[in-house]
Structure formats: C-alpha cells, structure tokens
Ligand binder design. Structure first.
Ligand SMILES: NC(=O)c1ccc[n+]([C@@H]2O[C@H](COP(=O)([O-])OP(=O)(O)OC[C@H]3O[C@@H](n4cnc5c(N)ncnc54)[C@H](OP(=O)(O)O)[C@@H]3O)[C@@H](O)[C@H]2O)c1
Length: 197
C-alpha cells in the first residue's frame, strides 16, 4: 500500500500560519469539535508518521507531549498527546542534534528524497504538519496527496506565510467544505495530478 501524504494546516484568511484570537476561538469543550475530529481523531488509526520542520517540532514538543498535559485538559487533548507521543515523528533539521522526544528522528536534505525514502519504509499514512514554509515546499513539489485546511476568519497581517512564488500552479480538487460554529472553514482538497494548465 502506498503511504498517503496529507498536509494539515491552520491558516488565516491572508494565508498566515498563526493562531489569532477571534470570537469563540477559545471555546472550551469537553468533546472534540468537528475540526478536531477531521484534523486528528479520524486519522489516529491510519497515520503512523508526522513530519515537521524544526521550529514546529520544538513547538509541539513543548506543548503537546503527554507530560505537558494539565489535569484540567479535556480527554480528547490527552488522547491527542498520547497519539503524538506514540507515532513516528520526523523532525527536519540541519541544526538539531538530538530530537529529545520519543519515537522521533531527525532527517535533512532534499524534501523530495526524504519523502521518497519515507514512502519506501513500512508504515501507515503520513501527515505533514508544518510549518508554513515546509507546507509550501510540499505544494511546490506536488508531494502531498491531499490537504486539510482550517481557514480562520481573520486577516492577520503578520506571521509566517504559507504561500509564495511557484514555478507552476498547483491545481487542487475540492472534496469537502464545512462551515464551523465560530466561522472557520474546514476545507479538504486533493492534488490533481497530470492536469496541464
Ligand atoms: N498554523 C499551523 O497549522 C502551524 C503549524 C505548524 C507551525 N506553525 C507556526 O509556524 C511557525 C514555524 O514555521 P516555519 O515555517 O517558520 O518553520 P518550520 O517549518 O517549523 O521549521 C523550519 C526549519 O525546519 C528545518 N527544515 C525544513 N526543511 C528542511 C530540510 N529539507 N532539511 C533540513 N532541515 C529542514 C530547518 O531547520 P534548521 O535550521 O535546523 O536546518 C528550518 O529552519 C511557528 O510560528 C509555528 O507556531 C503553524
């Protein structure tokens, strides 16, 4: 079975990879909402590898390990942390010497080669979880099979940008679009291969 590669991203309306405040952004729930289900829970069974750039990896290591959870956290957040501890994490870095997180390894070099190597290895599906510059590289090189995007209802004007100059357009097919309670859009696209613009 080919390992499917999914890019997951939270994006402002102006394409920034940030987590801005807006009405309802911090709504506390004991149950996961649709966004959380689609982005994470629904993938726990078939995803075994998560790829992150160094900054995103270190950010997740600080915030999302089970050790970092508080007793007041919702069960679904604890479940996510356990899952993230358990899956294989690929940290892309030329500078980091040791990942300092269980089930993690550091890789570096040409992204297409790294992805090809991972695809040859045994395992389930793969999530590319940022940061924005890494997702742009996946898009430029057509490496992701599909994209799950959460579009937040904010024009933020700062923070790392997802999109940039392309040699060729990337063409995507919309598979689903849902409006969330607080105005976010949850969009699922797949990569259209072989289309000549
Ligand atoms: N909104 C979201 O969904 C989301 C998701 C994740 C992160 N973020 C935010 O995005 C920001 C970080 O994103 P970012 O784009 O600035 O950084 P990033 O992608 O997380 O990390 C960039 C680093 O990754 C390493 N890297 C990338 N490709 C590599 C390769 N092929 N070989 C070796 N190393 C490679 C390099 O590290 P070295 O310098 O060690 O070589 C590079 O400096 C944070 O503010 C975070 O909060 C947002």
């Amino acid at each position: 079975m080919t390992r499917k590669i999914t890019a997951s991203l939270y994006m402002t309306l102006d394409g920034r990879g940030a987590f801005p405040k807006y009405p309802g952004f911090d709504r506390e729930t004991t149950e996961p909402n649709d966004m959380w289900r689609e982005m994470w829970l629904n993938r726990f069974d078939d995803v075994t590898t998560v790829i992150m750039g160094r900054r995103s990896f270190l950010g997740h290591r600080r915030v999302w390990t089970e050790k970092a959870r508080k007793p007041s956290d919702a069960q679904y957040q604890i479940d996510y942390s356990r899952w993230l501890d358990r899956v294989e994490k690929i940290c892309l870095s030329t500078r980091l010497k040791s990942p300092g997180w269980e089930n993690s390894r550091i890789m570096k070099g040409d992204l297409s080669r790294i992805v090809a190597k991972l695809k040859r290895e045994k395992g389930g599906n793969i999530i590319a979880e940022g940061g924005p510059r890494l997702i742009l590289e996946f898009l430029r090189r057509g490496l992701a099979d599909d994209y799950w995007l959460i579009v937040q209802p904010v024009v933020y004007g700062k923070g790392p940008q997802y999109w940039g100059t392309m040699k060729m357009q990337a063409t995507l097919k919309l598979l689903s679009a849902k409006t969330m309670e607080d105005g976010e859009l949850l969009l699922h696209y797949e990569t259209v291969r072989g289309f000549r613009a």
